[in-house]
Design a protein around this ligand. Structure first.
Ligand SMILES: [Zn+2]
Length: 546
């Protein structure tokens, strides 16, 4: 068979349709792509490469879906659906993800008619109905199963090779694209929509929707006796590395505000994972790092569930992406939204999460209270965006998210300025708590979710497989402040500031802080325990790290 015979007319049509969909249905996609990678900053080659890559990927995807005489019908359907999706993406900036499909399925006739417009009708006609009609009218004869399959295999292989050829010369840029600019591909039409439909179907039917939650620490009980309630703020940091805190010996003053507070910095704490999606659910789980699995953990009660069950008033405030499922059953407030967060300029600032907290505390007088604040912190690679201008103290600063275009010094300056802002935020949190020091047993616990590589060994960002992750990604800062009524004193912890701890120890630390006793914690460590009765060996008796 000659090469041109290997590509059947059916597959030529498939490729033409892929080109047509890229050209007419991906305005939002290219708009997002160009916003993230402006041509003026020398990104022309990468933008062209991504455009070609997605065209080949779309052709491959359609190639896999189209068989024999069903081919024109499948193509017509995609052209029609894509024309509608493109309209809603371009007009409303909508992303057709799993949640959006749930919304669409729940849309009633009235809501649907409110979305109808003349421009939608025109667009459907020109980019949907007419091309779909042409595809069906000029459908090609099928050439028998064997010829079709050989052609499908050949075309599929060619498309794969072309996709690799797009990525190979620009691997570094593609890694940043996949890791840091996820949102761009949400606009790729019809690939992302098809993926979302698949996800939605697998969620509906794939594994039975079990609402059964495995009880954790079912025997947990409150053993506190004195009249005062706890008021604890737990700050979950983002991408802060331990060795960039001057409290931990960094040779640059990055903790000028915390230094003025009576705090203790635990200097030897490791994370559970190297990404937010793993570390955050893991640190609240009783499963520990070795037994942890993000999906599995969703079916187990976490520390917040146990606390809430024991009548602790739990509130999660988020200025990061979300809680990764941890706050599924407790009150949640999104502080990336300027409606709630009064401290939004270029972006919403972590300090805004303290706003309105007094009202929450006053409304729950007489209860133990835990407030979790999930920071934006040092989220990269655009560290320079993570602080207001007054925190631009270490200069010159890397002011692009393409870290490879900056010197190491510029990257570190931007990163350290963001640490300065976290330092300020934590000090503000402590100041906020001090006003409740008389009425509550107050305390603040801060721990980062994971660290960050800042160019050591040529590695940037985070997310390395845990087993081979550099120390910079797993050594996290942890800072504790305790009010005068808190059950433990800084002096109790001081001897342990170099003690090896990890995210695994947070679960029982929280329970113990709220004076909750459970068998689960008999074999686990908690920071707030006096070494005399607990698992912490006396200072000097530390032999093993974990
Ligand atoms: Zn993170």
């Amino acid at each position: 068979m000659r090469i041109d015979q290997l590509i059947t007319p059916q597959h030529r049509i498939v490729f033409l349709v892929a080109l047509f969909l890229m050209a007419t249905g991906n305005f939002s996609f290219f708009q997002e792509l160009l916003r993230t990678y402006p041509i003026a900053e020398g990104n022309l080659l990468f933008v062209c490469s991504v455009g070609a890559f997605f065209t080949f990927a779309t052709a491959l995807f359609l190639n896999l879906l189209c068989y024999g005489r069903f081919t024109p019908w499948v193509l017509a359907l995609f052209v029609l659906v894509s024309s509608q999706l493109a309209y809603f993406m371009d007009k409303y900036g909508a992303v057709i993800d799993n949640d959006m499909i749930d919304n669409l399925l729940q849309t009633n006739v009235h809501e649907a008619t409110e979305l109808f417009s003349l421009s939608l009708a025109w667009r459907t006609l020109i980019f949907g109905l007419i091309p779909a009609f042409l595809i069906l009218k000029f459908r090609q004869k099928t050439l028998g199963v064997k010829t079709e399959l050989i052609s499908k295999g050949f075309v599929g292989g060619m498309l794969l090779i072309l996709m690799v050829a797009c990525v190979a010369p620009l691997t570094a840029s593609y890694i940043t694209f996949v890791r840091e600019h996820k949102s761009v591909r949400f606009y790729s039409n019809p690939i992302y929509f098809s993926y979302s439909v698949g996800l939605n179907i697998s969620k509906q039917f794939g594994h039975p929707k079990s609402n059964v939650l495995v009880v954790t620490a079912g025997d947990a009980r409150h053993i506190g006796q004195d009249g005062k309630n706890q008021l604890l703020i737990l700050v979950i940091g983002e991408t802060a590395r331990s060795d960039h805190f001057s409290l931990n010996g960094y040779n640059r003053e990055t903790n000028p505000e915390l230094k003025k507070q009576e705090v203790i910095s635990m200097k030897n704490v490791t994370s559970c994972g190297t990404s937010t999606a793993v570390s955050v659910p893991c640190m609240f789980s009783a499963l520990t790092r070795k037994g942890f699995n993000a999906k599995k953990s969703l079916h187990y009660e976490n520390a917040l569930d146990v606390l809430q069950r024991l009548n602790v008033e739990v509130l999660w405030r988020d200025n990061n992406s979300d809680s990764k499922g941890v706050s599924a059953r407790v009150p949640y407030e999104n502080f990336k939204n300027p409606k709630l967060n009064p401290a939004c300029d270029e972006e919403c600032r972590d300090v805004g999460m303290l706003s309105g907290l007094s009202g929450h505390i006053d409304a729950h007088k007489g209860k133990d209270i835990l407030i979790v604040l999930h920071q934006m912190g040092n989220h990269g690679p655009a560290y320079y965006k993570r602080y207001p201008p007054s925190f631009k103290r270490f200069t010159p600063v890397c002011e692009t998210n393409e870290l490879s275009n900056c010197t190491t010094e510029q990257v570190i300056n931007a990163y350290d300025n963001a640490i300065l802002y976290t330092d300020y935020f934590l000090a503000q949190t402590i100041e906020f708590l001090k006003q409740y020091d008389g009425k509550f047993k107050t305390g603040m616990l801060y721990v980062s979710d994971h660290g960050e590589s800042l160019g050591e060994y040529g590695i940037f960002l985070h997310g390395a497989p845990f087993a081979i992750a550099p120390k910079a990604q797993v050594d996290v800062p942890a800072v504790i402040w305790m009010g005068k009524n808190f059950d433990y004193k800084l002096e109790d912890l001081r001897p342990y500031e170099n003690y090896p701890l990890s995210h695994d120890d947070l679960f029982c630390t929280l329970l113990v802080a709220f004076e909750i006793d459970t068998k689960v914690c008999e074999s686990k460590r908690a920071i707030f325990q006096h070494h005399v009765d607990l698992k912490m060996p006396a200072p000097g008796g530390v032999k093993e790290a974990q």
